[in-house]
Design a protein around this ligand. Structure first.
Ligand SMILES: Cc1ncc(COP(=O)(O)O)c(C=O)c1O
Length: 495
């Protein structure tokens, strides 16, 4: 043993590293006094002492608990002005009612809630039809808490297939890898780390924002369990070329014999492409596509958390990933990672399918795309910005300072980006004063020199709101450039 390792402090440090902050930082953590209860809510003479970080000894009335929490939640951002998230922030009152009424249902308990189970299976039928499952009569899939869980299941199925094939052919099955663009969502890096798979991330070429099919093919070998293609990159909303990737993998199979499947991470695009890009072949029409996931709580138009996973056929989902339980009554096959989870969101997903129908989804998604493209066009006309995406795939607009997107990573000489003495983070901060949450971030690995802002247009984000956001974006630029500085307190307020 290395001498230093006998020292528990050294061993501890090597095993666990330096202590890391796991909490979202908040100055409230420093407050040690209890929660404040407004006078109307405490009874005459009663001292209400509710500790902040321990369960209190005594109970309080429901309205007191409600008031305390409600007051605190006022400080959360306004979800409708949050254009950072892909997740649904508005549903109709009838959907709210159904959600409330089915809040107590447990999706796993199919014996107690057979109608909820029936509704889940109808949703799967609808998705199977939308995504062109070859034999849609008995779709193989399930609902999940979101795309992350769905991606874990898809990744596991690919790993199981690969391992079984390697065992049958007497090949080593110790070092699986998964090929994906550096622009993947973090859930894929989690999958690889949690399940001991090498994350083989393909750099995004300069000038591109998503993985190039040729680069995906070049990264594959006999240990590749699959390739992830993203329908709607989180970074800028661009679709990856599923058919192009499949064609390259056909060549790989012809040249090497490796038969590598594709999983399509259609977290957002799974509910956009079927309605707006019906000609685009990205789904089970492409024979190499083994499985597809989508988030019902993104463009599926449901509040968080519901996701979906479907496999091509019953051969695509290994049986040994399914467990059978009988302690809730009846035989219950289960594959999801979670056991208990809400049934309400699945009910709300069915509400959306029923309420909107195909044409309704087309109208809602087209409106979001129109608003995104309107925003993109206006932003590009401002002069201060350059578009990275224009909302024509997912309704997402990513943009950087004009002149910042170059092959060298340095701003073009004399451009707006070159002259500006502020960053996209300053713009994001300035927009916050108007309540807008527009994230600023560096692009994916190998393109970190590119700093962008991103606006995700969702159901409920109208053209009027977009116009107000544009107005505030223009003011932010004026102010940061010095031309619109407030010369006396309050001068920046306009009514
Ligand atoms: C492409 C992609 N995959 C997966 C996820 C994870 O989805 P969820 O939040 O539903 O777990 C996201 C979330 O933004 C995403 O954009």
């Amino acid at each position: 043993m290395v001498a230093g390792l006998r020292d528990p402090a050294v061993l501890d440090r090597l095993l666990y590293g330096a202590p890391m902050a796991h909490r979202h930082p908040s100055r409230l953590d420093e407050l040690d006094e209890g929660l404040d209860v407004r006078p109307q809510f405490s009874r005459e003479g009663e001292t209400v002492d509710i500790p902040r970080r321990k369960i209190s000894q005594t109970s309080v009335a429901p309205e007191t608990a409600y008031q305390i929490i409600r007051d605190e939640l006022m400080l959360d951002g306004n979800a409708r002005l949050n254009v950072a998230t892909f997740v649904t922030t508005w549903m109709e009152p009838e959907a709210d009612k159904l959600l409330q009424e089915s809040a107590a249902t447990n999706m796993i308990d199919k014996d107690e809630y057979p109608q909820t189970a029936q509704i889940e299976s109808r949703c799967l039928d609808i998705l199977a039809d939308m995504w062109h499952v070859p034999s849609p009569d008995e779709p193989i899939g399930c609902s999940t808490t979101g795309s992350s869980e769905a991606c874990m299941l898809a990744g596991l199925a690919m790993k199981w297939h690969w391992r079984r094939r390697h065992h049958l052919t007497g090949q080593d099955a110790q070092r699986p890898n998964l090929v994906m663009g550096a622009n993947v969502q973090v859930c894929w890096l989690k999958f690889c780390r949690y399940w001991d798979v090498e994350a083989r991330t393909v750099p995004v070429r300069r000038g591109d924002t998503v993985m190039h099919p040729e680069d995906a093919g070049a990264a594959c070998d006999e240990n590749t369990i699959g390739v992830v293609a993203i329908l709607g990159s989180t970074f800028d909303g661009a679709y990856e070329d599923v058919k192009g990737i499949a064609a390259v993998l056909d060549d790989v199979q012809r040249d090497t014999g490796h038969d590598i499947p594709i999983h399509v991470d259609a977290a957002s695009g799974g509910f956009i492409a079927p309605f707006l890009d019906s000609e685009l072949e990205w789904d089970f029409r492409v024979p190499r596509v083994l499985s597809i996931n989508a988030s019902g709580h993104k463009y599926g138009l449901v509040y968080p958390g519901v996701g979906w996973i479907l496999w091509r056929d019953d051969k695509s989902r290994p049986d040994d990933l399914i467990f059978h339980v009988d302690y809730l009554g009846g035989d219950m096959p289960t594959m999801a990672l979670n056991f208990s989870r809400p049934g309400a969101q699945v009910v709300a997903q069915y509400y959306c399918f029923l309420r909107l129908g195909h044409d309704g989804y087309v109208r809602v998604q087209q409106h979001s795309r129109d608003v995104a493209m309107y925003l993109a066009e206006r932003i590009s006309r401002m002069g201060a910005f350059e578009l990275i995406s224009d909302g024509s795939d997912l309704p997402v607009v990513a943009f950087c300072l004009n002149g910042a997107a170059t092959k060298t990573g340095k701003p073009r000489k004399g451009s707006f980006a070159d002259k500006a003495d502020f960053t996209v983070w300053d713009i994001s901060d300035a927009l916050r004063t108007g309540g807008w949450q527009v994230p600023a971030y560096s692009f994916c690995a190998d393109r970190e020199d590119l700093n962008v802002l991103r606006i995700v247009v969702r159901n409920g984000f109208s053209r009027d709101l977009a116009a107000m956001l544009l107005d505030d974006l223009g003011s932010a630029i004026d102010k940061l450039s010095g031309s619109g500085k407030a010369d006396k307190p309050g001068a920046a307020f306009r009514h």
